[in-house]
Structures are given as structure tokens and as C-alpha cells.
Ligand binder design. Structure first.
Ligand code: ADP
Ligand code: MG
Ligand code: MG
Length: 509
């Protein structure tokens, strides 16, 4: 009965996932099938030779790879497993890892997860070898070839202006083949060159493409046009936290929203930190809301990867949000981000930043002095837990700061400030946000107020600049691109086999 119980709960859970995943054909170009046409398998041989045969990447991490490997297993009676591990092989292949995390939410963890890693060990042996000889793997190569087509501006439709950055504008874009909406951050080549932003642009692109978290914007494509370098990112339509703190009538946010956003930011930072990346630019402007009210960290221009056990130095960030060790030009690791979280929670609660009174104008030097020397003040609006939490994060000496000790992020997550947050459920994306943006509202300043971005005159682009553009222009990013294909229904419609066009059995999730 325990098994039935688990199965029932699982079914209802997967049922709700299904609704999210089945996309429609809305917004697709009428030529979408041509845009995604499979090459003949003979054209995939070069790829077959060079592709790294890593089980985990090909059959677990890449969403289309995972689906095809599952179809392969379903086609093999001996891998249908019911004998070996009833239901479990099926589960291991059915569930993308976020859903496995979802299972934890349902309390089905430990035993299942043991099976889960056993199974992957088994599957990565002989079954993985067999798979690579099968038509399902041929099909995977075909999808990979489509994924790796060169990316140009013709792949997208351009809609409204979303915002403006240092090197160019951000626009709402739609992928013509699938209909999926994105934000395209354009970096004008002349502006980048004039501002010597090449290394920064490339750094942002290279960091973004290695990330895969629901709390950080994803990079789906990087490409170039004649005038600009383009980063195609998760679209975040709900405005930034700065707008929500200051422009919605009252300044400051309700405590449940503060806790929720802080918790999601904390998960996003944790993801970056696990990859040894310090973000260094935490501030309300850089935290964006999506249509449902979830947030993601954006703008990774200042992020940096720490090399194995090393610290970095560099006075970067935004005045007012820099940690004392950054201002002091000391060596640091991940600590500035936890300071940043303290500033963010403070500002969301009080409607002002911790070291500046409302409306006060400050010169840089005075702001730096206050950050390094002065103790921040807490008004009546702070609950005891919030005050304690901010104090611990805004500890001047990074060695004594919450989050920077042995227990790391767990020290933060187990603080009473977060007592209402279940981090497992949060990571699985099953917590309903406390505030849902109005789909008709535009949560930003009027686009009329955003100055036009024109090319800089007198900057000449040369042959040498091209080396940098080539490094930038790598096209689709595997996981987000494959997710787009599955989510928008293109995978299901195109993935037919055989001369009769017979469709493989439906993936029954
Ligand atoms: P910069 O690095 O030059 O500061 P940002 O990445 O911060 O550029 O982008 C500039 C502005 O564009 C942001 O303040 C925001 O208004 C908008 N924007 C950026 N990324 C997105 C996105 N993914 N979805 C929606 N709007 C975005
Ligand atoms: Mg920015
Ligand atoms: Mg930036």
C-alpha cells in the first residue's frame, strides 16, 4: 500500500508538471519545420566522431538526449526492467533532475535516490553502448546538428524594448521556430570597443553558458550581427526589485515577499558559489521577476570564476552595495555576495539602503567610510529575526560573517528569518510566489524615457576585433535550446521514426 500511495502522489505531481510542459504552436513561423529540418544521417558522421561520449551529459543532462535514451530503453524488453527494479528504472529515466528534487518534496527521497544512482551506474555500462548503435542515437545526432546550425537575427522576431544597459538595449524576442519568448541583450560593437568592454562581454557570456538554475537567467543563444553582439536570455517580464521596492506606492515590501525573494536569491547565489563563481553585483536592479512572480539573478557582467581555492581582488560592484573587503581592496572569495544579500534584505524591508538615508546625496568617499566603519541602524519596521539576519550578513569582517563559515549556505538557510521557507520545495519550483505581477502592467519606466542607442561615431571595427566576435558567436546553448524544443512541443511533433512516419510511443509523463 505504501507503493500505491507513492504512485498516486507521484501521478498527481506529474500531472501538474504536464500542464506546464505541453506547449502550443502559438507564434511559430509557418516555415518552422523547414527551420528545424533534420540533416541526413550521413551528414552527422563528423559530429559522431567528435562528440564526447559522456553518459551523464548525453543521457541525463541534455533534455533531448535524455528523452531519446528513454525511448531506447522502452524499446528493449530487457531494459523495461519491471523485474530488476520495479518502476524505478522507469522513474530514473522519466524524471528530469528538478523533478527528482520534487520527489523529495513528496517525501520519497532516500530509498529512491539510492536506486537512482545505482541505476545510472548500470545504464552507463552496456545499455549506453547499445544505445549508441541504435536509431535513437542517430536521431540524437540529427537533433544536435539542428541545434548547432549557425544562429543569425533571422531566427528571431523582435518585439518591444525592455530596457537599456551600458552597451546597448534589451528587447523582447521570439524564436520563430518554436514561438518561445526571450529577452535579447544587445551589446553594440562600437560601444563595447570604445568602452573596452570585450573581456567583460566575453566573461558574461562564458559564465552564463555554464549555468543552469531556475534562480539565474539562462543563456539560450549567443550570436552576432553586423552591429551588435547578442545574448538571448530568459525573459523576465515582471520588472526588477528596485521598481517593486520604490515605484509601487509604498517603499519597502511585505515581510513574506522579502523572505521569499531573499530565499530565491540565496538559492541562486548558492548555485553560482557551487561553481566557484562570485557574483559581485547584488542589488535590487539586478534581480528580475518573471510572469509568475519568481525571481532570477541577472546581469553577470561582474561575476568572476575563482580558480581552485584562490581568492581574487578587485574594487568592482556598485557604490553602496560593495562589501568592506571589496572597498578595502583585500583578497576575497565568495563573501561579498553574502554581504550583498544583507544589503538586499535591508533595502527590501526598509525601503532604503543600509548606509544612506532616503533622498540623501552622498559622495563616494563618505559612502565607503560608512560601509567600512559605521553600524547600520534598524527602525521599528524590522522584526527581530530580520534584524538579526541582516546584522549577521552585514558583519564587516568577512571571517565572522554568516554564510562565510564552515556551514556555508546552510548557516543562512537555517536562520530563523527563513523559518517559513522550505528550501527543498523552493528549489523544486513548487512554491507559489506571494505576489504575481499583473500581466497587463509594464513594470518599468516608460520606454519613451529610455534614450535611443545609436552607434558611436569615429570607432572603426577592424580585422582584429573579429577574433573576439568569433569567440562570442557560439550559437545555441545545448540545455536551454533542447528545453525550448521540448517545452514548445517541437520535439514531440518532429521526432517521428520510420518510413511510415510512425511515431514512437508517447512519452508518458
Ligand atoms: P547592463 O549589464 O548593461 O547593466 P543589464 O543586463 O542590467 O545590462 O540589462 C539592462 C536592462 O535591461 C535591465 O535593467 C532590465 O531592465 C532589462 N533586462 C535585462 N535582462 C532582462 C531580461 N532577461 N528580461 C527582461 N528585461 C531584462
Ligand atoms: Mg545592469
Ligand atoms: Mg552588467
Amino acid at each position: 500500500s505504501e507503493v500505491t500511495n507513492i504512485t498516486n502522489r507521484l501521478d498527481s505531481f506529474l500531472g501538474s508538471v504536464n500542464i506546464i510542459i505541453s506547449g502550443g504552436g502559438k507564434g511559430r513561423s509557418w516555415k518552422w519545420k523547414d527551420m528545424l529540418r533534420f540533416p541526413h544521417i550521413s551528414q552527422c558522421m563528423e559530429l559522431a566522431k567528435t562528440l564526447e561520449r559522456d553518459y551523464y551529459s548525453l543521457c541525463v543532462k541534455q533534455p533531448i538526449g535524455r528523452q531519446l535514451f528513454r525511448l531506447f530503453c522502452q524499446s528493449k524488453p530487457e531494459l523495461r526492467l519491471s523485474d530488476l527494479y520495479p518502476n524505478v528504472l522507469h522513474l530514473a529515466l522519466t524524471l528530469p533532475s528538478p523533478i527528482c528534487e520534487g520527489l523529495c518534496v513528496l517525501g520519497i527521497h532516500l530509498r529512491l535516490l539510492c536506486f537512482y544512482s545505482d541505476l545510472h551506474e548500470y545504464l552507463s555500462g552496456a545499455p549506453f553502448l547499445q544505445y549508441q548503435q541504435s536509431m535513437y542515437f542517430d536521431r540524437f545526432l540529427q537533433w544536435k546538428m539542428v541545434e548547432r546550425q549557425p544562429v543569425t537575427k533571422h531566427i528571431f522576431r523582435q518585439y518591444r524594448l525592455l530596457g537599456k544597459g551600458g552597451f546597448g538595449e534589451v528587447w523582447a524576442f521570439q524564436a520563430r521556430a518554436s514561438g518561445k519568448m526571450y529577452a535579447c541583450k544587445k551589446l553594440e560593437k562600437t560601444h563595447v570597443k570604445k568602452g573596452k568592454g570585450e573581456a567583460m562581454a566575453l566573461n558574461e557570456k562564458q559564465i552564463l553558458e555554464t549555468l543552469n538554475s531556475r534562480f539565474v537567467v539562462s543563456l539560450a543563444y549567443a550570436y552576432e550581427t553586423k552591429q551588435s553582439l547578442c545574448l538571448v536570455l530568459t525573459i523576465m517580464n515582471g520588472g526588477d526589485l528596485r521598481f517593486h521596492i520604490y515605484n509601487m506606492g509604498t517603499s519597502g515590501l511585505e515581510q513574506d515577499r522579502v523572505q521569499f525573494y531573499a530565499a530565491e536569491v540565496c538559492c541562486g547565489l548558492h548555485h553560482l558559489h557551487q561553481m566557484n563563481i562570485v557574483y559581485r553585483d547584488l542589488k535590487p536592479e539586478n534581480i528580475l521577476l518573471d510572469d509568475n512572480g519568481h525571481i532570477r539573478i541577472s546581469d553577470l557582467g561582474l561575476a568572476v570564476t575563482l580558480s581552485e581555492g584562490n581568492l581574487v581582488r578587485g574594487r568592482v560592484g556598485t557604490l553602496g552595495y560593495m562589501a568592506p573587503e571589496v572597498i578595502g581592496n583585500d583578497y576575497y572569495g565568495l563573501s561579498p555576495d553574502w554581504w550583498g544579500l544583507g544589503c538586499l534584505v535591508y533595502e527590501m524591508t526598509a525601503g532604503r539602503s543600509p548606509f544612506k538615508r532616503k533622498g540623501e546625496r552622498l559622495i563616494g568617499k563618505e559612502m565607503e567610510r560608512r560601509i567600512q566603519e559605521e553600524e547600520e541602524e534598524y527602525g521599528k519596521i524590522f522584526s527581530n529575526e530580520t534584524k538579526d539576519f541582516c546584522r549577521l550578513l552585514l558583519t564587516k569582517d568577512p571571517r565572522d560573517r554568516l554564510g562565510c563559515q564552515g556551514s556555508g549556505v546552510y548557516g543562512i538557510q537555517s536562520h530563523p528569518f527563513f523559518r517559513t521557507i522550505n528550501f527543498r520545495r523552493l528549489e523544486a519550483g513548487v512554491i507559489e510566489p506571494p505576489f504575481k505581477p499583473d500581466p497587463r502592467a509594464v513594470y518599468c519606466q516608460d520606454v519613451q524615457d529610455i534614450d535611443e542607442f545609436s552607434t558611436v561615431k569615429g570607432v572603426i571595427l577592424e580585422r582584429a576585433d573579429n577574433d573576439f566576435y568569433i569567440k562570442f558567436n557560439t550559437g545555441s546553448v545545448a540545455i536551454p535550446w533542447q528545453t525550448e524544443m521540448i517545452e514548445m512541443g517541437c520535439f514531440k511533433e518532429l521526432n517521428v521514426f520510420g518510413p511510415q512516419g510512425s511515431r514512437p510511443p508517447d512519452l508518458d509523463w
